[in-house]
Design a protein around this ligand. Structure first.
Ligand SMILES: [Zn+2]
Length: 187
């Protein structure tokens, strides 16, 4: 179910154009601290931040607000590669996600990415014992394409990563996302 917020609620509030590894995004009432972990991208920083903003806004739109008041995102560059990979989310010490972007990733590559939206959906669900971890992944896998459709970044065609995701390969020990069981919950 899609509720409430408009796409205009999320926005880059500070830091664009300034040097330094950290940018602050405001997603409705929530704050998202984005740290660039080094390395080069063909894309500009504003282009990368726009993707982060869209992904976060998709989740905020779905739930009516971004699931947590504060979160941290670390973006790493993968030299010589294309595409998004390696999403990981932790719930202890505050919501935190790490994700990798290939050095030669394009705008379209980011638009087709599902991993970051999936990671942000994890913020909405309590941490479960390991034997019930399936429901955390099931929830994120279910919500992510609906959330992306709500902001127009899902074109109706499954990308290769989507196919792997839906087959369970990427999200359960493959090259895509996996939520790291934290020591304590995020909600
Ligand atoms: Zn996941």
């Amino acid at each position: 179910m899609v509720r409430g917020l408009t796409a205009g609620l999320a926005g880059v509030c500070a830091g664009l154009g300034q040097p330094g590894p950290t940018e602050q995004l405001r997603i409705g009432e929530s704050e998202l601290e984005v740290t660039f972990g080094g390395g080069q991208f063909d894309l500009s920083r504003p282009q990368v931040l726009d993707w982060v903003n869209q992904s976060a806004n998709a989740v905020a739109r779905y739930f009516g607000r971004f699931p947590v008041p504060k979160a941290r995102l670390t973006i790493l560059s993968r030299e010589g590669r294309q595409g998004v990979s390696g999403g990981r989310t932790w719930g202890d010490h505050g919501a935190h996600t790490r994700i990798s972007i290939g050095e030669h990733t394009t705008v379209m590559g980011l638009k087709r990415d599902w991993v970051l939206t999936h990671e942000f959906v994890h913020y909405s669900f309590p941490d479960m014992p390991e034997r019930h971890h399936w429901i955390e992944e099931g929830m994120a896998t279910y919500v992510e394409p609906i959330a992306r459709a709500g902001v127009g970044t899902l074109d109706g065609m499954l990308a290769p990563g989507d196919a792997r995701r839906n087959a369970g390969g990427a999200d359960f020990g493959g090259a895509g996302d996996r939520k790291i069981p934290p020591r304590r919950g995020i909600v």
